[in-house]
Design a protein around this ligand. Structure first.
Ligand code: TRP
Ligand code: SF4
Length: 327
């Protein structure tokens, strides 16, 4: 079976954006590939190094969400990056051959520095973020890397590093390909992209009352000031969530009724709340179960990290030999 690998930074709670944009896709890939999914805690540290406690607190919460969504430790290798030290060694060796220009040109680097202005990202570690990511991917010789569009420059850099390594020291690494996740548009309660930093997210861990409350204050089509004004579902964030949680039939009905002011936003939201809570209930139940079994969760990660290390250490032997650091 071909190999898939991806990672997620533990910088906070999982929300609906992660669920629909990433985790469902990760879950489905398990049917077709040998999957490796890991907690990118060192990557989180590149931006959160001043408050590293947040990372530590997020790890178990995040992995509980993974398990609740259906990532299956019997089929997939689930692990923590910092528990497989070989990633750090490969990162170091890659840093010897990666031209500074490649990193300085990286569009994500500049964008993130702009976006996270308050964070002081002028560090060596942050510049090297994609080098560490290349090590994560190449150490498992993964064929496919499911990522969002924003990560494509990092994947391209990974391929460039693989090519340069192979050119300098002989063929060791295959060039991985992105598996582009076509992420549906998932707006937060203010209509902007759902994100922890916008404070507009619905979390998998939110209790039903909180979810209901968040939906009740959710933005709608701004042109629908009055109940009698017709609305435009295609511009309404509430409708965007209907697309993910309501039946086709219901969606069509709402679409028609909204356009002719036949349904009010309050009722429309009530239907959404019901459907969303119905979809979330089993997930939240599994979440609660795993939260009671933190020791098992830890064991899953230990076992996964052991499996990951087996492969990573084999690759490192090859790398050391190729690079003549095997004296
Ligand atoms: N940079 C990725 C993100 O922010 C996380 C990540 C780290 C990753 N290492 C990876 C993703 C390796 C895929 C493969 O989403
Ligand atoms: Fe949005 Fe529903 Fe109101 Fe239409 S009726 S504007 S889809 S909340």
């Amino acid at each position: 079976m071909e190999r898939v690998l991806s990672g997620m930074r533990p910088t906070g709670k999982t929300h609906l954006g992660h669920l629909h944009g990433v985790l469902r896709n990760w879950r489905d890939l398990q049917d077709r590939y040998e999957c490796f999914y890991f907690v990118a805690d060192w990557h989180a540290l590149t931006s959160e190094y001043k408050e590293p406690e947040v990372i530590k607190e997020s790890i178990s919460e995040m992995v509980i969400d993974w398990l609740a969504v259906g990532l299956d430790p019997e089929r997939s290798t689930l692990f923590i990056q910092s528990w497989v030290k070989e990633h750090a060694e490969l990162h170091l060796l890659f840093s010897m051959i990666t031209p500074l220009g490649w990193l300085e040109r990286n569009p994500t680097y500049k964008e993130q520095q702009e976006e996270l202005k308050g964070k002081d990202l002028g560090t060596y570690g942050f510049l090297g973020y994609p080098v560490l990511q290349a090590a994560d991917i190449l150490i498992y010789k993964a064929q496919y890397v499911p990522v969002g569009k924003d990560q494509l420059p990092h994947l391209e850099l990974t391929r460039e590093i693989a090519r340069r390594f192979n050119y300098l020291y002989g063929e060791v690494f295959p060039e991985p390909q992105a598996l582009l996740t076509e992420a549906p548009h998932i707006p937060g309660i203010d209509g902007k992209k759902m994100s922890k930093s916008y404070n507009n997210a619905i979390y998998l861990s939110d209790p039903p009352e909180v979810i209901a409350q968040k939906i009740s204050v959710m933005f709608t089509d701004p042109q629908r000031g009055r109940r009698t004004d017709p609305g435009r579902p295609e511009l309404c964030p509430v409708f965007a969530l209907h697309r993910l949680h309501s039946s086709q039939e219901k969606q069509r009905e709402i679409e028609v009724e909204c356009r002719r002011a036949g349904i009010g936003c309050v009722d429309c939201k009530r239907v959404l709340t019901e459907n969303l809570l119905r979809d979330m209930a089993p997930l939240q139940q599994r979440r609660a179960d795993f939260a009671q079994r933190l020791r098992d969760v830890r064991e899953i990660l230990q076992e996964g990290s052991r499996r990951a290390r087996e492969i990573a250490s084999r690759t490192m032997e090859e790398v050391r030999r190729a690079m003549s650091v095997d004296w």
